[in-house]
Design a protein. Structure first.
Length: 451
């Protein structure tokens, strides 16, 4: 998996930068509407509906806030937003990478004054999970970079120095890490910025650089002075405000380039590393804020399957699925987590989707989705005004919440959902419970599941 792709913008970093709307602290999960995000301390695996596509985000130094989207192009709002790092600090550079090899990228920041790196293993605020010093303290001319230099599935740090065009790559995220150093690129050109990515899909990240004067990218096929390269023009020549980025936009295992323009908050993502490639373009984030730094990462990570639905036949009926889900009524997220083989705690995903996909998994042939928006793929959406049947999926609002249609009483349809009742602080996984309740008036869609 490719590692870093975020670029320097007035002291930014170069990292080949990868419900519902908030992230939890170490002990409390966040709820928006009725959808619970399972995004606390991340375990050794992360759940996702995607493979390895990268998506985008942005960092604002004035309040040290991170705003990340799981989709490209993104929706109107951030999928995750949180504060991490020192605020109002122009001397801090945001980076992103997969520090622990769990298949999902998380965040970090580099501080110029003491050359310290501060890494988090999840997408949340709070103290760093790891901190160390590596680099030239006090040298604000360098650009921090991140990549999987050896192909072991973990990203490690590095830095680029424009005065001599040198790259310095660490083999571990520790103060005592050994490193490789080489010169590749135009020495003395301070307008050049590094990019990093897995350009050929071999599982290892290599370096590159972007020159704003002519909008050209120069990508190395190895991390050494004699590396061959490809060169092409794919950016707006002469625009020095543009930030070069790179990422695996389509999940094919290869990174391609892109650029971010702060004047309108627009992202331009190429589908190939060639001159004038086709691209997708969209605006997302605060237009006109030149302090904002674009970041790229695979925020929701690789797929890790939930366990089979124990206690159900291999091809259950709709009523058997509903009865099974109903058997957990009144149990908190914590109780379901600890009393079953479903290790929900620590995974990234929407708890309501997790619960529904787990109950339905024996029905859908092992297909599962852990984000509300993707639960639509488990069936066919019914026309507006059509009546559901027991076992259908109901999705509320703009993919804000999901549950399983459970019964009809006196003309009213009911839904079973994983976090339908809270007896304490909203979002606390020790008090948020599985519930069965009438389908409420919020706009909703029914998805017909084939049993």
């Amino acid at each position: 998996m490719s590692a870093v792709k975020q670029q320097r913008n007035q002291g930014n970093s170069a990292r080949g930068n990868r419900g519902l709307r908030v992230v939890a602290t170490a002990s409390v999960f966040g709820i928006v509407a009725a959808g619970l995000i399972v995004a606390g301390p991340v375990s050794s695996a992360s759940a996702d509906t995607k493979t390895i596509e990268d998506s985008i985000g942005w960092y604002r130094p004035s309040d040290s806030s991170w705003h990340l989207s799981f989709d490209t192009p993104p929706g109107d709002e951030s999928d995750v937003a949180f504060v991490n790092g020192p605020t109002n600090s122009g001397s801090v550079v945001p980076v992103a990478g997969d520090w622990n090899g769990d298949g999902a990228d998380s965040i970090a920041w580099y501080r110029y004054s003491d050359a310290s790196w501060h890494m988090s293993d999840d997408l949340s605020g709070g103290p760093s999970d790891a901190a160390f010093v590596w680099g030239p303290a006090g040298d604000t001319s360098i650009t921090p970079i991140v990549g999987d230099w050896d192909g072991d599935g973990k990203d490690t740090v590095g830095w680029y120095r424009p005065s001599d065009g040198s790259y310095h790559l660490a083999n571990a995220n520790t103060t005592s890490a050994s490193s490789s150093a080489f010169v590749w690129g135009p020495a003395g050109n301070t307008s050049v910025t590094p990019v990093v990515g897995d350009w050929d899909g071999n599982g290892k990240d290599t370096v590159g650089w972007y020159r704003p004067s002519d909008g050209s990218y120069h990508l190395a096929n190895a991390n050494n002075t004699t590396a061959d390269s490809s060169a092409f023009v794919a950016g707006p020549a002469g625009n020095t405000t543009v930030t070069a980025i790179a990422g695996d936009w389509n999940g094919d295992g290869k990174d391609t380039v892109g650029w971010y323009r702060p004047s309108d908050g627009s992202y331009h993502l190429a589908n190939a590393n060639t001159t004038n490639p086709s691209s997708s373009a969209f605006a997302w984030g605060p237009a006109g804020n030149t302090s904002v730094v674009p970041i790229v990462g695979d925020w929701d990570g690789k797929v890790t399957a939930p366990p089979p639905s124990t206690g159900l036949p291999s091809s259950p009926t709709a009523q058997q699925v509903v009865d099974y889900a109903r058997s957990y009524m009144g149990k908190t997220v914590y109780q379901v987590d600890t009393s079953t083989t479903a290790p929900w705690h620590g995974y990234r995903g929407d708890w309501c989707a997790w619960f529904s996909t787990w109950a339905l998994r024996n029905t859908t042939g092992g297909t599962y989705y852990t984000w509300v928006r993707d639960m639509r793929k488990l069936g066919t959406q019914l026309p507006a005004g059509a009546s559901p049947r027991v076992g259908d999926i109901v999705i509320f609002g703009s993919d804000q919440h999901v549950g399983i249609v459970s019964k009809k009483v006196n003309g009213v349809w009911y839904v079973l959902d994983g976090n339908g009742l809270s007896t304490g602080t909203s979002g606390d996984w020790t008090t948020t419970k599985v519930a069965e309740r009438p389908i409420w008036s919020q706009a909703h869609d029914f998805i017909r599941v084939d049993y």
